[in-house]
Design a protein around this ligand. Structure first.
Ligand SMILES: C=C(O[C@H]1C=CC=C(C(=O)O)[C@@H]1O)C(=O)O
Ligand SMILES: [Mg+2]
Length: 457
């Protein structure tokens, strides 16, 4: 008995790390240049995030702590619990109101075992950066994090302060990036994709599901390795009204420009957005308005959209008080495409958290389908790819329960000289393969442009 008790306490002592943090305020710094400044010391350990409104930017270099999880059962709770434990005891120096931020994502479907570029990516992957920069309200805060079970020696801080100052200096020098130029463009499984849309539409007509989102990849090859900062710099320039994200994991760099919020929590208020139903942008203002008006009146797109509103509103009803949402969709216009859009908000109940909302919301019918399990089974049967983080929750949270997750669409994974772009669409009873195919072509455009692969434009 005693031996067991001793073992338990030792384990406990070893697994109770403390989070040390020191924050300073720095004059405005380009978040992208800071990301690039970490390219040598922190290669494969960087992340980048900017919200749609461009009012909040977060960049992380290095891993002070990582959390990973394999499998479906318990992955959201595991990350939640670990983060709570890690932030239970914090030692803050310098500016103390700044929070440590955990950044990462949960893969779309842990049951997918297809070998792919995502082979070594865990089903949950989150990192607390060694060096974290936050830009908000015209202020720029630079934090250092160390997670240690032993008391921290001041010499550690001294060394890190030097490294931090060198990173800031390197970031101030900046750099210009050229657009990558793709050598080849390949649509794997194109014929399979077209056939799968016909099959899935038939299954929906037979009432095996009401809606299923089917996606496909597009592959680009380059003459040289694409640098993460080079790819990111393109979307920073080109996508002013989307969430921008980038996450390195080993050899893989996943990045994108998504219009779609999964959930945001700010001071116990929760926000989600239903984004589903699509049409291209017009070439003139009149044509653009006409296309928008026809989208707002199109029964197939309204059906796609309504499933998402019903499900998100229902989930919010369980986790929030005072749930509100407009009774008709509006238009959400981004560079290449316009969508039907309905915002949903509410006041978080005491037992709900941002991660519990991510757990219940993912995948919404904008990415999975209705009913959820039937749709997931149809996706597994009919989509010959592994989505990895595509269409999955990606985002951040702080130690006070605030945070934001986007749905990682309009995204691509870069591995060395190859890039895999992903796009899909909501299939309902009256979908047609050709128009769904064309919708994916429009959805590929942001990443194709960023990667210099817009061979068809
Ligand atoms: C699955 C994607 O988009 C979703 C989000 C907005 C509109 C959609 C649609 O109209 O089909 C999709 O549900 C994608 O861009 O890959
Ligand atoms: Mg659609």
């Amino acid at each position: 008995m005693q031996a067991k008790w001793l073992q338990a306490t030792t384990e406990n002592a070893e697994t109770t790390p403390v989070l040390y943090m020191e924050t300073i305020k720095v004059p405005h710094l380009s978040a992208l240049s800071f990301f690039a400044a970490g390219k040598e010391q922190f290669a494969q350990q960087r992340f980048y995030w900017q919200n749609r409104e461009k009012t909040f930017t977060l960049v992380g270099l290095g891993h002070a702590y990582t959390m990973t999880f394999e499998g479906e059962q318990g992955r959201f709770d595991h990350v939640e619990k670990q983060w709570q434990q890690l932030t239970a005891t914090m030692h803050k120096e310098g500016i103390t109101h700044v929070q440590p931020m955990l950044f990462g994502g949960f893969t779309f479907d842990p049951s997918n075992t297809i070998q792919s570029e995502w082979a070594s990516f865990p089903d949950a992957f989150f990192a607390l950066a060694t060096y974290q920069i936050i830009e908000q309200n015209d202020c720029c805060f630079l934090s250092m994090h160390v997670v240690s079970s032993a008391p921290l020696d001041d010499a550690v801080w001294q060394t890190m302060r030097h490294e931090r100052d060198a990173l800031v200096e390197a970031a101030r020098r900046g750099e210009l990036y050229t657009k990558p130029v793709a050598m080849s463009y390949f649509e794997p499984h194109k014929i399979d994709y077209l056939a799968s849309i016909d099959r899935v539409t038939a299954l929906i007509q037979q009432k095996q599901a009401q809606k299923v989102v089917i996606a496909r990849p597009l592959a680009l090859t380059f003459a040289n390795h694409i640098k993460a900062e080079q790819a990111l710099s393109q979307i920073v320039e080109e996508q002013p009204s989307s969430y921008l994200f980038g996450l390195e994991h080993e050899e893989l760099f996943f990045f994108g420009a998504s219009p779609e919020r999964l959930v945001k929590v700010d001071a116990h208020k929760a926000y989600s957005s239903c984004v589903a139903g699509s049409i291209r942008r017009g070439e003139t203002v009149e044509q653009d308005e006409q296309l928008g008006a026809s989208l707002l009146a199109d029964t197939k797109n309204l059906e796609e959209h309504q499933y998402v509103v019903d499900m998100i509103a229902q989930t919010f009803e369980q986790s929030c008080y005072n749930v509100t949402f407009p009774n008709k969709p509006q238009l959400l216009k981004i560079r290449d495409i316009q969508h039907l859009f309905t915002p949903v908000e509410g006041d978080l109940k005491d037992d709900a958290t941002i991660l519990s909302l991510v757990k219940y919301l993912h995948p919404t019918p904008a990415l999975g389908g209705v009913p959820r399990e039937a749709a997931m089974a149809i996706i597994r049967e009919n989509e010959p790819m592994n989505r990895g983080l595509y269409a999955a929750p990606i985002g951040w949270m702080d130690a006070e329960g605030n945070g934001e997750f986007a749905v990682a669409i309009r995204s691509a994974a870069i591995v060395g000289q190859d890039a895999y772009l992903y796009a899909g669409g909501g299939i309902v009873g009256d979908s047609t393969a050709q128009s769904e195919y064309e919708e994916t072509l429009v959805k590929f455009r942001p990443m194709l442009r960023a990667l210099g692969g817009n061979i068809h434009e």
